[in-house]
Design a protein around this ligand. Structure first.
Ligand code: HEC
Ligand code: HEC
Length: 305
């Protein structure tokens, strides 16, 4: 390389490649050097002003006190303040009006529905499904098959106090034999299929109205006379039996044998059906407005009465 330099006078560094490519020894242009120094000064300023230098367990915090989360919170507060100012009037009316009045007021009702989606997603969806379509062992909210009633007042009461259904194991007196249980299970399934008067299920029908005392809760014809938490047995909607792969008759026998929410010595029976809607009075933030909002939302999912 340097041993032979055919261009000794042009100010090259003596580094020559591929015979004639050489490195010149020119100073960088002034504008470039100025930008370089300015950048250097900026780095010092930046490092002092913002969080920057990593330490052993921490990092320098910077003179500005800036963090992404502080900036995010500030922006969020601006948005929230705006929301509160803009919707204060509606929120106040939600808190003060009765749910039946909210339902009658188109504007307020639409507002309640529009502002419920996130709440519903956070507090209800895990059990009742995204559109209220239910899940195995969690009831559908989007049809008119109500355990506890589908009027706006009944839905509101469900949300405020929660609901716990109770069905005794082996009939009201607990005295049904395995054969009785099987017979009444067959009758129950026949009810749902519109075959309640078949001679083949006559034995079960007698137990239903007689010693099982099922009709006290499920009504004389399989349909509760008033919403008290008992299931309508005349439709094809199964609260405990819809699990894919399970045998409906086995599921119904299990329900009748072990009841719903049955406790013995303070413990739930291992095979009893567990069905509990939690109370949301204390669980929801701003419950005074949010319970009404959600009641209106559930009411319009498809089954409101
Ligand atoms: C931990 C699961 C769970 C969560 C969370 C939950 N629910 Fe329920 N919900 C239930 C169960 C179980 C029942 C049925 C109770 C029964 O069988 O008597 C129920 C019943 C209901 C009913 C009565 C249905 C009927 O047929 O009468 C309504 C209305 C309801 N839930 C609305 C909601 C709303 C709105 C939320 C959100 C704020 C919510 N639920 C959150 C489990 C849940
Ligand atoms: C004290 C009231 C009561 C009595 C008596 C009663 N049930 Fe029930 N039954 C309920 C309740 C409450 C549920 C559960 C509803 C819920 O939480 O979804 C239920 C649920 C059921 C289910 C489950 C339905 C489904 O959709 O999966 C069947 C089947 C059933 N009962 C049959 C009977 C039969 C048969 C008898 C008589 C031997 C009987 N019940 C007696 C209250 C009662």
């Amino acid at each position: 390389m340097a041993q032979h330099n055919p261009w000794p006078d042009e100010g090259n560094t003596g580094h020559i490649w591929d015979e004639d490519i050489r490195e010149l020894d020119n100073p960088p242009p002034l504008w470039w050097m100025l930008a370089f120094y300015a950048g250097f000064i900026m780095i010092i300023f930046y490092a002092l002003y913002y969080p920057s230098i990593p330490l052993v367990n921490d990092h320098t915090k910077g003179l500005a006190g800036w963090t992404q989360i502080v900036e995010y919170k500030d922006d969020f507060k601006v948005l929230n303040d705006w929301r509160e100012r803009t919707f204060a009037d509606k929120e106040e009316r939600l808190a003060s009006l009765d749910v039946t009045e909210i339902l009658k007021d188109d504007e307020l009702r639409n507002y309640a529905i529009a502002t419920s989606k996130v709440l519903y997603g956070d507090y209800c969806m895990a059990c009742h499904g995204a559109g209220g379509q239910g899940n195995p062992n969690f009831p559908v909210l989007a049809n008119d098959d109500w355990l506890w009633g589908g009027s706006i007042k009944a839905i509101e009461a469900t949300l405020i106090n929660g609901r716990v259904g109770n069905m005794p194991a082996r009939g009201m007196m607990g005295n049904l034999s395995d054969e009785d249980v099987a017979a009444v299970a067959d009758y129950t399934i026949a009810l749902s299929e519109g075959r309640a008067d078949d001679a083949s299920v006559a034995a079960g029908k007698a137990i239903y109205a007689g010693k099982g005392m099922c009709m006290a809760c499920h009504g004389p014809a399989g349909k509760p006379l008033a919403p008290t938490g008992a299931t309508n047995l005349t439709d094809q909607i199964w609260r405990f039996g819809g699990t894919p792969g399970s045998d409906l008759r086995d599921e119904v026998i299990r329900t009748i044998t072990n009841g719903v929410n049955v406790k013995k010595d303070g413990q739930f029976l291992a095979e009893t059906r567990r069905a509990e809607m939690p109370s949301f009075k204390e669980r929801l933030p701003d419950a005074d407005r949010n319970i009404k909002r959600l009641a209106v939302y559930v009411h319009q999912l498809g089954g409101g009465q």
